[in-house]
Design a protein around this ligand. Sequence first.
Ligand code: KG4
Ligand code: ZN
Length: 357
Amino acid sequence: MSHVQIAIASPVNNVMKVLGIETSCDETGVAVYDRQNGLLAHDLFSQVEIHAEYGGVVPELASRDHIRKALPLIDSVIEQARIAPSELDAIAYTAGPGLIGALLVGAMLGRSYAWGLGIPAIAVHHMEGHLLAVMLEDRRPDYPFLALLVSGGHTLLVDVKSLGCYTILGESLDDAVGEAFDKTAKMLGLPYPGGPELARLAKQGNPQRFKFPRPMTDRPGLDFSFSGLKTFALNTLASVPGSAQDRADIARAFEDAVAETLFIKCRRAIKETRFKRLVVAGGVGANQRLRERLGDLDAEVYYPRPEFCTDNGAMIAYAGLMHLEAGQTAALNVEVKPRWSLDELHSGTRSGLGSSQ
Ligand code: KG4
Ligand code: ZN
């Protein structure tokens, strides 16, 4: 299961419509992307209500719900796109990283459906999907650029030379930034998923009251560490009565610390790489305060719209189309990779999954 290989087929130039399926975590996302007409339809089924009572994602419940929702969602999105399944030219699915059971649902479904229709399938790297989501927008960057990917599972600064040619410049040594948001939110008594809830609470907070550290900004390098911020929040909460205002002030201090830390690291990376363009994506990329702070960078900053910062099928359909055009399609056997580093992807030597059909 963990061993993957790829074979490069001749480029596929006549691909027009790609169905994208995303099931790596707690969202079933499906979309149809058309090379000529852009996004034809996209829809999402969020499992928030299912996991909320547990305060986090329960992997087995996630897998089972993807099984329930994926096929009806595919049918509905194809209908919304006003096409027949036979008009699809390829199917892209998320093959990793993510929860193994959840990934398997989308991969099995995508691979089998493609086989049934007699069309190619493509195994997509979830973080590459996030990275390319910005290409769904009218305002999109030219290559090369720097990318800051901030999600629930990853915090990455990436040198993006071209499609599939990624070098990780920095990453979190412990909690991902979204994870730190979620854990801190939980500590503050906010429901899952905590990131957007914490951001909402922070709006009522006084930015002057608490000053949180900016982890790892006082030493060289582009790596991150966010687990200390969560502990700092816990200790701060323990030192006050815990009123609604106390919590809002802590939320604000936490959010400011995250935004400032990411700002400092991006500024440093821009200086080192001399890139003039920065792409910010992944769930935390939807955060308004972060967007405001990054507006002060000496670079053009590009974002997907907030709904394409968080998990969705559109980014998978688009990434799939790009790799299909490069001739990279998945083999008939279904493989997923719960752990899969972005810099293993390289056009030509791509350690993607599978070989050409
Ligand atoms: O990219 P994503 O949807 O899924 C993963 O690939 O992990 O990211 C989800 C993460 C969660 O930790 C969520 O709390 C966080 O993104 N998030 C936010 C916001 N929206 C989502 N964090 C802060 N502010 C937001 N507005
Ligand atoms: Zn994601």
